[in-house]
Design a protein around this ligand. Structure first.
Ligand SMILES: [Zn+2]
Ligand SMILES: [Zn+2]
Ligand SMILES: [Zn+2]
Length: 366
């Protein structure tokens, strides 16, 4: 994630800010420019404070103006009432239920981080609608209140099906999520991790299924036509194979090639975004290959734009050792509690090549 600067007073701004803490200007993220900008009201529209006379104007996303839980803007020429992130919502929590607005706020904050990364990577990001069945959508659902006491009650499971990503809003509650993490024996469980993982399933459908990448995918991840439900059941009954760390980023990745892909995809997004944050703060750890990727262009290394994967992983490993050690110095669990074996790195590199291939061959925007 980038750092931003208030154009009015020079204060450093963070992606989630709604106001500049120094000059109090209202802020809005401009998805067409990928910057967080200080704004002033001009008539009924908003303009960046440093705007040229002919610069475009913006409206607030309806989730900004009505609920103050999204800080993204919409170019005034765009007729949609929701920003590019919020228009992906198919179902939001019932705000009549006490506590749901707070849970929804956390979900949206993490979803915007996902959407930011997807946009940086030039991935397809249209809302799923009746006419665009290939699009992406989110449903934030809760268990029926009495469900814990009825054996027949269906629990809302986090997952992806045909472009619709479903999240159980209880995952936005720290205590509930930590409880689940312990039950599942996972070293890491976050909302952002869920969003990144589930988006991996969606992009497998978009970028791998039915393409020339399918056979190379099978060679690396295995045959995804094997029975999915049976594979998960075996995984939950027997656990991961003893040597899972030689092949997979996590135990869950060993359950089925689709889950291996989704876990690998999530780690790719962890790496790209966390490296960008590290660089935004000037954090460099043993920068042996620093900027090597872009020496020819003289452009500073950008983890989201690198043509090669090697510079990412060569920077990532020492950064994780440093960050894990910093966390341990504060008595916190490891920031990145994973070990990346050569096979897992090969899979990450494969994800990188597919994203790059899409960027370089995607149809020009209509
Ligand atoms: Zn300011
Ligand atoms: Zn929004
Ligand atoms: Zn999954």
């Amino acid at each position: 994630m980038k750092l931003f600067t208030c154009e009015h007073c020079g204060q450093t701004l963070y992606f989630d800010n709604f106001n500049c803490i120094r000059c109090q200007h209202e802020l809005g993220f401009l998805p067409d420019r990928m910057v967080l900008s200080a704004l002033h009201l001009r008539g009924k529209n908003w303009r960046p404070v440093d705007a040229q006379a002919n610069s475009i104007e913006y409206r607030k996303c309806a989730n900004y103006s009505e609920h103050n839980l999204c800080n993204w803007m919409i170019p005034s020429s765009d007729p949609d009432t929701y920003c590019v992130a919020c228009r992906l919502n198919q179902t939001i929590p019932d705000l009549g239920v006490e506590g749901n607005t707070a849970l929804w706020r956390r979900l949206e904050a993490e979803k915007r981080r996902l959407v930011f990364s997807l946009m940086r990577l030039d991935l397809p990001l249209e809302p799923k609608t009746k006419t665009n069945t290939e699009g992406l959508a989110f449903a934030f659902l809760s268990d029926d209140p009495g469900s814990a006491f009825r054996e027949d009650a269906e629990q809302v499971l986090t997952g992806h099906a045909a472009g619709l990503i479903t999240l159980n809003i209880a995952e936005a509650d720290d205590a509930t999520r930590e409880d689940m993490r312990q039950q599942m024996g996972e070293p890491y469980r976050t909302l952002l991790g869920h969003f990144r993982h589930e988006s991996g399933h969606y992009y497998w459908d978009r970028l791998v299924q039915g393409t020339d990448w399918l056979e190379p995918f099978r060679a690396l991840f295995g045959d995804e036509t094997q029975d999915y439900q049976a594979s998960l059941q075996t995984h939950y009954e027997q656990g991961a194979p003893a040597d899972w760390q030689n092949h997979f980023v996590s135990t869950y990745a060993s359950s089925h090639p689709w889950e291996d892909w989704a876990e690998t995809w999530a780690h790719y997004l962890h790496i790209a975004d966390t490296l960008e944050t590290a660089r935004a703060f000037g954090l460099r750890v043993k920068p042996r290959v620093d900027d090597a990727d872009d020496l020819s262009t003289g452009v500073p290394f950008d983890p989201y734009r690198s043509r090669n994967f090697e510079p990412l992983i060569e920077q990532w490993l020492p950064v994780t050792y440093a960050l894990n050690s910093l966390n341990q110095s504060m008595g916190q669990p490891d920031l990145y509690p994973f070990i990346l074996a050569p096979k897992a790195i090969e899979k990450l590199s494969f994800v990188h090549r597919i994203i790059l291939d899409h960027r370089e061959h995607r149809a020009p925007p209509l």
